[in-house]
Design a binder for this molecule. Structure first.
Ligand code: GLY
Ligand code: MN
Length: 363
């Protein structure tokens, strides 16, 4: 159990007037206890509560197929495939008080729990956990740094694979071995390798497209290092860059660097998005920047709290997120430049050090 993280969650919960909640996201349960399982369709929950005498309750509900063999949780309620776990949960809940639930508690569990009268009312309380996960502690920051250091190294390997006639899939399929050679355990998401016009789809899946000199090449890749994710994008030129390619590239680069330059505690996520977006709009490409500027990241590759116009909260020390402006011209090209940053007391630490400058391969 990680007592200090559980305390932070309960403090946030109490700030919203709640004293009990069910955490069902397996990754959040791992973050709070050290216990991890992928339950598939089976029920899994951590019940957290602050009792009126000030004591804390943290009880894990897990299927006997996935026992807490390492004893991470002092209080465990075990059930089998043929048991209904919900009356067991309802028994522990304070029926006269509201119950917070996270966004991973699916309707198939929530609705019967409501029918059982497990609480006076049910309220979405994901923020208590997500807000806690959002502020990375020192140990987490070190792991995020290392995951990004490995990603920088992997980008060198990727650039070295670029040659006339190579396919996107050939490069993408070799990346896992390189990550593992560098000390990572896995991809943090399926790698994006896009040549030429394929990069106009921001989430293009690598296929048998062959590289022809003159195409731009986009790599959006990330690894997992001790459960923490990296995520970085670089776009390269092959052959002699055209004026058009250079103009798009430099616009995206300016947008990335201007956004990173304003990050400090108190600046809002929306202001950071606006800084990048206005540079792309002024260059005449606003309608071709089709997504939010970034997302938070940590144990999951995408964590709640977008860097977008719809998120007007100020950033806080310890938050880690991507800055990834892009311009996508259908049938022509796509450019994205992405770094991860961690907010510091007076600015931000940029976790990626692979250069932004124009890089021409196959010159
Ligand atoms: N790395 C893919 C994304 O951030 O959507
Ligand atoms: Mn990203």
């Amino acid at each position: 159990m990680n007592e200090s993280r559980i305390k932070r969650v309960i403090d946030r919960l109490e700030g919203t007037g709640l004293h009990q909640m069910l955490v069902c996201d397996p990754v959040s349960i791992w973050y709070l206890t050290g216990y991890y399982t992928e339950p598939f369709e089976r029920f899994l929950a951590l019940y957290l509560a602050k009792r009126s005498d000030g004591s804390t309750v943290a009880t894990l509900f897990c299927n006997r197929l996935f026992p807490d063999a390492s004893g991470y949780c002092p209080q465990v309620v075990v059930f089998s495939d043929t048991d209904d776990p919900l009356p067991l949960v309802a028994k522990l809940c304070d029926h006269d008080a509201p119950l917070g639930v996270d966004k991973d508690l699916t309707a198939r569990w929530l609705l019967p729990l409501m029918d059982l009268g497990a609480a006076s009312r049910f309220k979405l309380a994901s923020e208590a956990v997500d807000g806690t996960r959002s502020i990375k502690d020192e140990q987490e920051r070190a792991l995020m740094r290392e995951a990004s250091r490995i990603n920088d190294e992997a980008m060198k390997w990727l650039a070295a694979q670029v040659r006339e006639g190579v396919t996107e899939e050939e490069i993408a399929s070799g990346l896992l071995a390189e990550y593992q050679r560098l000390g990572a355990q896995d991809h943090s998401f399926a790698p994006i390798v896009s040549f030429g016009a394929n990069a106009a789809d921001p989430h293009h899946e690598p296929d048998d497209t062959m590289l022809h000199t003159g195409d731009m090449v986009l790599f959006d890749v990330g690894c997992k290092y001790e459960n923490y994710c990296s995520d970085m994008t670089r776009t390269f030129f092959t052959g002699e860059p055209t004026e058009h390619q250079l103009e798009i590239y430099e616009t995206v680069r300016r947008a990335n660097e201007a956004a990173e330059a304003i990050i400090k505690p108190g600046v809002t996520f929306a202001e950071i998005d606006r800084t990048a977006r206005s540079i792309i709009e002024q260059a005449g490409y606003g309608e071709y920047f089709t997504h939010r500027l970034g997302h938070q990241i940590g144990i999951s590759e995408h964590e709640p709290g977008d860097v977008s116009s719809s998120h007007d909260e100020p950033v806080q020390v310890g938050q880690c997120f991507s800055i990834e402006p892009g311009i996508y011209l259908p049938g022509d090209l796509g450019v994205r430049i992405e770094d991860l940053v961690i907010v510091t007391e007076d600015g931000c630490e940029i976790l990626n050090h692979y250069p932004h400058e124009v890089c021409v391969l196959l010159a």
